[in-house]
Design a protein around this ligand. Sequence first.
Ligand SMILES: [Zn+2]
Length: 309
Amino acid sequence: MQLVRQNEKSGRRQTSYRVAAAALAACALASGCAAGGDGGSAQPAPGQQPLQAPPARALDAYAGKLKAERARLVAAAKRWDLAKPPLTAPEPPARKPHIAPRKGFEVDDQRELGLPPVFTTIPTKQKIVFLTIDDGAEKDPEFLRMMSDLKIPYTAFLSDYLAKDDYGYFKKMQRAGVSLNNHTLHHPYLPGLSYEGQKREICGMQDVIEKRYGKRPTLFRPPYGNYNQATLKAAKSCGVKYAPIWNAEVFVDRLDYREWDRNIHPGDIILTHFRGREDWKGTMPDMIRTFMKYVTDKGYAVARLEDYL
Ligand SMILES: [Zn+2]
């Protein structure tokens, strides 16, 4: 949750900063108004009236904090070898959007049975995308530091056979505000299994995540994006509400797209994997650099998927 709150705050601060700047400008024109710019820390001498009224001082402090946070982010971007700092995501919507299955991705009786929708994009007009990271093979501490430092939100989908040799790594991730979700126990091709077999894979992973991390996921991603009606029935039976897949995939050196236009779109869910040098000639931070350069150059911010569900 920490990441969201930070994002919410920075979103709000951006708006408030404009208000603060306007207030300060007005203040500068009015007489008897101290535009000290000291962050509101100066104390009046005993017996004197404070030079700044408390609301103006608060706004001033606010603007100062925002400036400091921006400077911190610019420095962080430099440290992680990004040409530009990440763009700040807008505040999450007050009313969550309605998530319908993507056209052509429904199963029989989807609506009648109230099955979790499979979708690739969140309906929004804002220039935001959502980063999701799958499987759990690579456990790179540098990656955790980078994401916290740059305040880039993401959502993890774990498969137990890869996560289980170091549950502690994902615990650290969870503490940093990342939600851990279901990607089955053993990463099978689910449509090849019976309903019962699928239930064991999906509901078994619900139990593992609840036991290890104290929270039962509401998001489930079928391995390879392959599923049938039994998959969604099984997922629903053990508490899954949504089955997000993806519209583009990031590798260490490129992106692959689902759409013919070979582009990203507002609300797109982006897939990548916990992979290291043995898989793709680079590290997790290298992959994130590829991703962040791409989205920032296109004017997109990275938002948190759970804020829209
Ligand atoms: Zn996978």
